[in-house]
Design a protein around this ligand. Structure first.
Ligand SMILES: [Zn+2]
Length: 370
């Protein structure tokens, strides 16, 4: 396996310190895409789909039983079917465990003993937990605004925490300096992380008995879940496991929505959008996604769409979900109003089947009002 630059196509051997191209662009994986289409059906974690992952058969995996999360009906009537996938039920309380399990397994197989990562919460907790499991020393760089409950969780796993003043970008700059000498287990930069998040697509098809829903809705910041879904569905399509990729529908907060803006304006690049105010959806405030080109390709290829929600609409989503017994963090709740807006726009139509991904638990969120 090799890394290949998504922009200039330079290839690199895989080494622990390599996480981006010398030109500054993100890397993709060049891998053998023809794998046995047989799942390890007795395995009750995402490692059921191990054949599709860039992990050799003799590698010892780092797992906490992540994945194979329930899909339940949210609002299923005679004319519409809206299901939710409870991915916040992963071991550390967010879907990021998928990427962390596969990435830390991979890095351990390279002999890595120390990593750094930057996060506003969930990814930091996931990387810290899997590093604890793998006995890898881990330092998480967090903005000072990170919620106390998330910091406590990261610390509990034994990770060191570096609190960085300023915005999320300042934290990323700080970790990049450390990454010159220490392996950067980045959920945004490292292409192996997306191999973990792609397993959501495999699971959905499995749970729908080989069928593909019409639409998948997810929150989008840097796009690690949106791109994971795209990679997974596209792979299955190329391998003849499914006939088509579902429409991938993304939701961003109104105050920070560079992908939505590029989608509406039909531009072929995503440009930076300065965050214009605070948002409850702190987990998806990315002023410019690193893999912008790939996100636009995923929108085009899946006939996808984007919309935005306000804080009031996020609260509405949280209340609606909690009223049905589902307690998620604000970032996850964007999908509820998103679903209604896609319906109003005629993107979701009568008799369509939609699955929304609920990405993070409400239990560690700092938002407490209802
Ligand atoms: Zn390059």
């Amino acid at each position: 396996m090799q890394f290949k630059c998504s922009q200039c196509c330079t290839t690199y051997d895989v080494t622990p310190l390599r996480y981006k191209c010398d030109c500054g662009s993100p890397l993709t994986l060049q891998k053998n895409t023809s794998y046995p289409k047989k799942w390890h059906t007795s395995t009750t974690s995402l490692w059921r789909y191990r054949n599709t992952l860039p992990i050799t058969p003799d590698t010892e995996i780092v797992t906490l039983g992540e994945g194979i999360t329930p899909i339940i009906p949210l609002d299923v009537t005679d004319t519409s079917e809206h299901f939710v996938k409870l991915d916040y039920l992963c071991p550390t309380g967010s879907y990021k465990d998928r990427g962390a399990s596969v990435l830390i397994t991979y890095l351990k197989s390279l002999g890595v003993t120390e990593v750094v990562e930057d996060s506003s919460g969930n990814a930091g907790a996931a990387i810290a937990a899997y590093c604890a499991r793998a006995s890898i020393h881990c330092t998480i760089y967090c903005p000072t605004s990170t919620s106390e409950s998330k910091l406590k969780q990261i610390a509990a796993y034994g990770a060191a925490i570096e609190l960085i003043p300023g915005n999320r970008m300042a934290t990323t700059e700080a970790v990049k300096q450390a990454a010159e000498n220490i392996c950067y287990a980045s959920h945004n930069w490292h292409p192996v992380f997306l191999e973990g998040t792609k397993t959501i697509a495999y699971e959905i098809v499995d749970q729908f008995h080989g069928n593909v829903p019409s639409h998948i809705i997810c929150p989008v910041g840097f796009g690690s879940i949106y791109l994971g879904l795209y990679i997974g569905f596209r792979e299955m399509c190329n391998e003849g496991i499914i006939d088509s990729v579902p429409r991938l529908l993304g939701v961003q907060p109104e105050t920070c929505c560079p992908i939505y803006r590029a989608y509406i304006n039909k531009t072929d690049t995503i440009t930076r959008m300065r965050q214009t105010g605070k948002t409850l959806a702190e987990g998806i405030t990315a002023e410019i996604p690193i893999r912008g080109k790939m996100i636009l390709e995923a929108i085009r290829d899946s006939n996808g769409a984007f919309t935005t929600v306000s804080d009031e609409e996020i609260k509405y989503g949280m209340t609606t979900l909690a009223g049905k017994g589902i307690y998620v963090e604000p970032t996850s709740a964007v999908v509820i109003k998103g679903y209604e807006k896609f319906q109003e726009q005629g993107i979701i139509r009568k008799n369509d089947t939609t699955v929304s991904i609920l990405t993070g638990s409400g239990l560690k969120s700092s938002y407490g009002e209802f």
